[in-house]
Design a protein around this ligand. Structure first.
Ligand SMILES: NC(=O)c1ccc[n+]([C@@H]2O[C@H](COP(=O)([O-])OP(=O)(O)OC[C@H]3O[C@@H](n4cnc5c(N)ncnc54)[C@H](O)[C@@H]3O)[C@@H](O)[C@H]2O)c1
Length: 260
């Protein structure tokens, strides 16, 4: 048994659930953080883990779950920053107007969950992984193929996932200094609770990625000590490490290296 400890946001369903099940079968203790209390409690019972009812956009709830997990075990080894939503994309719809005829503010719930809350999850992960008896650990961020390729039909979702690729690439090298390895996964379509059946049916059936392949890549990132700041695209049974764009010229290289 590994005796290791994982914290998974969005662990009550889909990819988070399957990663939780797989780690638990290998002896990990897993904290499930999710808004869905019924599903979360069921999962925690199944895997003998702990459920924290958490809205990841609520910093106090998120921080409490991190702190309780760390205090319960005295260490934390892996954080899966995975909670996310597709949201209802109404960006191109005719704008609803207020009483003055000015467009009302559109919902930015997708960016609050898929960007802001992942940033706070990584921030808290950094704090607790640094506090480990041997500082360090692993973080995997769930981005998407929509974080690599343009997503015209879902521009807010696509933008949120591009941000996750940027986050992993930006914090990856710095957090490695503390022994923390951050990587991102970019799966194609995986049949989960993210969308309704009718929505999944609009995608090519033969192009779906099995959730087991996602679990395999997440565990690769947990176990391979050489991987950090990487982005793995996952398509069906394959994964591909996506390289960072080359510098256009020496001046850009010097400019960007000054940000290291
Ligand atoms: N399914 C796909 O095809 C696909 C592809 C690429 C990326 N993703 C990403 O994978 C991640 C996991 O999604 P999934 O496909 O497993 O879907 P899912 O809906 O089955 O799982 C997402 C989980 O996150 C939880 N969640 C949502 N908002 C939350 C919040 N504010 N606070 C706490 N928990 C919250 C949900 O309750 C659910 O349990 C998401 O970030 C999603 O964008 C999914």
């Amino acid at each position: 048994m590994s005796g290791k400890v994982a914290l998974i946001t969005g662990g009550a369903s889909g990819m988070g659930l399957e990663v939780a099940r797989s780690l638990s079968s290998k002896g990990w203790k897993v904290s499930i953080l999710d808004m869905n209390q019924t599903a979360g409690e069921k999962v925690a019972t199944e895997i003998n883990g702990k459920f924290y009812k958490t809205n990841v956009t609520n910093y106090d709830e998120l921080a409490h779950a991190f702190d309780s997990t760390f205090k319960a075990h005295g260490h934390l080894d892996f954080v899966f920053a995975n909670a996310g939503i597709a949201g209802e994309e109404k960006f191109y719809d005719e704008a609803p107007l207020d009483e003055k005829g000015i467009p009302k503010k559109p919902s930015l719930l997708v960016t609050a969950i898929n960007i802001d809350a992942v940033i706070t999850t990584c921030y808290l992960a950094q704090h607790y992984l640094r506090k480990n008896p041997t500082p360090g650990g692993a973080i995997v961020i769930t981005a998407s193929s929509g974080g690599i390729y343009p997503c015209p039909a879902s521009p807010i979702y696509g933008t949120s996932k591009h941000a996750m690729v940027g986050l992993a690439r930006s914090i990856g090298p710095r957090m490695k200094r503390d022994g923390i390895r951050v990587n991102a996964i970019c799966p194609g379509t995986v049949r989960t609770g993210l969308l309704a059946k009718e929505a999944w049916d609009t995608f090519p059936d033969e192009a779906f990625t099995p959730v087991e392949k996602v679990v395999e890549v997440v565990e690769l990132f947990i176990n391979d000590e050489g991987l950090y700041g990487q982005t793995a695209e996952i398509s069906r049974g394959n994964h591909y490490f996506r390289s960072i764009p080359e510098f256009s010229d020496e001046f850009m290289e010097r400019t960007m290296r000054a940000c290291d």
